[in-house]
Design a protein around this ligand. Structure first.
Ligand code: CA
Length: 199
């Protein structure tokens, strides 16, 4: 994905006054029109924020899903989006969730971090957990941490790091509208092999 082009688009948007409101709730697409597109929803009034499932439905209702963050550069892009909103405190749901059927109450499986999966079907292994997360237990839905007014602990503010949260908490959210799926008849094995040798 050509994220530098997308950065250019974002920077162009930011030259205009009132740019925060332009980004909030608006789709921003690669090169202006190409997918993936993103939509950051910051809801100032905290009681009007959404649970994980409601946020997901909001994304799906217009053809997207909660955000998958597949690479370091995509993570940085989301940080730029949120910084430009100049938003107050409030975490952002992303589309990472622990598989409910594998959860056994009262146990913290050592394999817990590997049980988180992207709702949009992405197999990306990129993760940006805070050093003390995921805490597992009853927290199964993942947020980008965003509490800029909180005093930094010894680890710093840890803004934008990931935390698993109670799925019924109310948060802001980010939607992603994926690249168009094109049916390509190649063997998965070949593609995987090419991917690992092309670094
Ligand atoms: Ca947690």
């Amino acid at each position: 994905m050509d994220f530098m082009k997308l950065f250019g688009t974002v920077i162009a948007v930011l030259f205009y006054p009132g740019s925060s409101s332009k980004i909030n709730g608006q789709r921003i697409c690669r090169r202006g029109t190409e997918r993936p597109c993103y939509k950051v929803s910051y809801i100032q009034e905290s009681r009007r924020r959404l649970t994980f499932e409601d946020a997901r439905q909001a994304c799906r209702s217009d053809g997207g899903d909660l955000l998958s963050i597949e690479t370091e550069s995509e993570q940085r892009l989301m940080e730029r989006f949120i910084e430009q909103l100049q938003a107050g405190d409030g975490d952002f749901w992303i589309g990472l969730r622990r598989s409910p059927q594998r959860y056994r109450p009262g146990s913290t499986s050592p394999g817990c971090p590997s049980q988180y999966y992207w709702l949009d079907g992405s197999k990306a292994k990129f993760r940006n957990w805070h050093w003390d997360e995921p805490s597992c237990g009853f927290e199964m839905c993942v947020v980008l941490h965003y509490q800029p007014s909180a005093p930094p602990d010894e680890e710093g503010h840890f803004l934008f790091q990931w935390n698993d949260d109670n799925c019924n908490s109310k948060n802001n959210y980010v939607c992603k509208y994926p690249e168009e799926k094109v049916q390509v008849f190649t063997e998965e094995g070949d593609k995987a092999h090419a991917g690992t040798t092309c670094t």
